[in-house]
Design a protein around this ligand. Structure first.
Ligand SMILES: [Zn+2]
Length: 485
């Protein structure tokens, strides 16, 4: 891939760099990712190895805050940061800068996936504890960066290994997005108040960014963890079910995972007993269908919940793809036959063998899920219209979600739910940064990290244009070029 194909890299084009035969051979065997990195270093480093100032001229900036596009901007990047965003042709260009012609292009903050587990568990058909595959996880992280994801939040991994991988990403020792991560999730309903508090204290040496409570915890247990974590000023993520969302936010949970809580308490009172009876005869994920059929997204309790979520600024990572990928019929091409999963043959095999959530579903179950699914989309739209702090997430490591591409599929699902492209870009930009408590990412403005994506097509016209990636910049360096394959 010659520099000229990558678009508008003026210094790169001027160079008459030609690879000697050995390098040609090497590039053939190591493939395009390394080639992209080599080209990146040719583009953004001076002959002395110092990072070169980069100026992106005449570009349309979609700054991640969901407001109007900023046309014909000049964006100056130096020292890993955005140092200026102004009108093009305003003042002199910095000497020695690499000039990128952004005419007709779109500059966005790097995308943020708020629900991407860092470590992949592998299938263990004999049962027992999952084995986490570091090499596979690194391959997935690299793919995420290629798809423009420059920051992830990992809501739970094994405490020690997961938080060490986070540290390696943030130190640049592993290629991938920068990361924030929770300690191991808590899900044992038999744990006492003292035991839960001890789990929180034991994780502290590894500096978790979050703690996470899971579906089986009772409200009083959620209260114990919340209290112990908040004493350390560490926020809490709730993948709640037994404790409903309405209860959880009153207890102080800061962030909610997934679109709904699947809790019987969140159904209309006259539907709860019927649902609970059905759930007993239809265990596993089939009961999700019964729940969604009984759910009323327009009910008074749900309106009150939306008001509460919005008022308390509790974030919700929507992860529509986690349901779509899991509950789509096996012949649905978008997931099980996703060409981006070809990079992960081991996962396709694992998911077929060990993680088929719908193995016991009948044709009628798939039909009922499809019929009820619009309610889920309507609920997302209601939360969006009601001012809830929605953010984008995939639940990566779950079955049939392709690393990197999954977030773009999530954008498309949000658009299908009726969320505007501007709002989707804000969800993965400024709103995600706010939910992370970060003021250095998520927005294209002076002072923030130069984590940027340059697109060739306007994502406001068609959200799938987020895939038209020309390059990805991380900390001021171009780390990936071209639309990922
Ligand atoms: Zn998850």
């Amino acid at each position: 891939m010659p520099c000229g194909d990558l678009g508008a890299m003026a210094p790169c084009r001027r160079q008459s760099w030609s690879a000697p035969p050995l390098i040609h051979r090497c590039l053939r065997c190591v493939g395009l990712p390394l080639l992209a990195l080599l080209l990146a270093s040719c583009a953004d480093r001076t002959a002395h190895g110092r990072e070169r100032t980069v100026v992106i001229e005449h570009v349309t900036v979609l700054d991640g805050q969901g407001g109007a596009a900023l046309d014909d901007r000049r964006v100056v990047v130096s020292g890993g940061r955005i140092v200026a965003v102004g009108a093009s042709a305003s003042g002199r260009l910095p000497r020695g800068a690499m000039i990128v012609d952004g005419t007709g292009k779109f500059l966005l903050p790097g995308f943020i996936d708020m629900h991407a587990h860092l470590l992949f568990p592998r299938c263990n058909p004999d049962g027992g504890a999952p084995r986490f595959d570091r090499a596979l996880s690194e391959k997935a992280l690299s793919a995420q960066l290629d798809f423009g994801i420059t920051m992830v939040r990992s809501p739970a991994t094994p405490t020690i290994e997961g938080l060490r991988l986070r540290d390696a990403l943030n130190a640049g020792r592993v290629r991938g997005p920068r990361a924030m991560a929770s300690a191991e999730l808590m899900n044992d309903p038999t744990l006492s108040d003292a035991q839960l508090r001890q789990i929180v204290r034991d994780a502290l040496p590894y500096r978790p960014d979050f703690f996470k409570v899971y579906a089986r915890l009772r409200p009083e247990q959620v209260a114990s963890v919340t209290d112990e974590a908040h004493r350390r000023h560490i926020p809490l993520i709730g993948h709640l079910q037994r404790t409903s969302w309405a209860q959880g936010v009153r207890l102080g949970v800061d962030h909610l995972a997934h679109s709904v809580d699947w809790s019987a308490d969140s159904l209309p009172p006259d539907r709860r007993q019927t649902y609970l009876a059905a759930a007993k005869t239809r265990p596993g994920f089939r009961s999700r269908i019964d729940w969604l059929e009984a759910f009323d997204p327009n009910g008074a309790d749900q309106t009150a919940l939306i008001d509460d979520l919005a008022r308390r600024r509790v974030s919700v990572d929507v992860t529509l793809i986690a349901y779509d990928a899991k509950f789509s019929p096996p012949d649905e091409a978008r997931y099980r036959r996703n060409p981006h999963l070809r990079r992960f043959p081991e996962l396709r095999e694992d998911w077929s063998r060990c993680d088929d959530a719908t193995a016991d579903w009948t044709a009628d179950d798939f039909r009922r899920w499809k019929a009820a699914r619009p309610k889920l989309l309507a609920w997302i739209r209601r939360m969006s219209d009601g001012g809830v702090l929605l953010v984008t997430g995939t639940d990566l490591t779950n079955e049939w979600i392709a690393a990197g591409e999954g977030l773009h599929q999530e954008f498309e699902l949000l658009a299908e739910a009726g969320v505007s492209p501007d709002r989707i870009l804000r969800m993965t930009g400024a709103d995600a940064a706010q939910a992370l408590g970060r003021t250095d990412v998520g927005v294209v403005e002076a002072g923030r990290r130069a984590d940027l994506v340059l697109l060739s097509a306007d994502p406001r016209k068609r959200i799938s244009n987020t895939r038209s990636i020309m390059w990805v910049m991380q900390g001021g360096r171009i780390v990936a070029k071209g639309a990922p394959r």
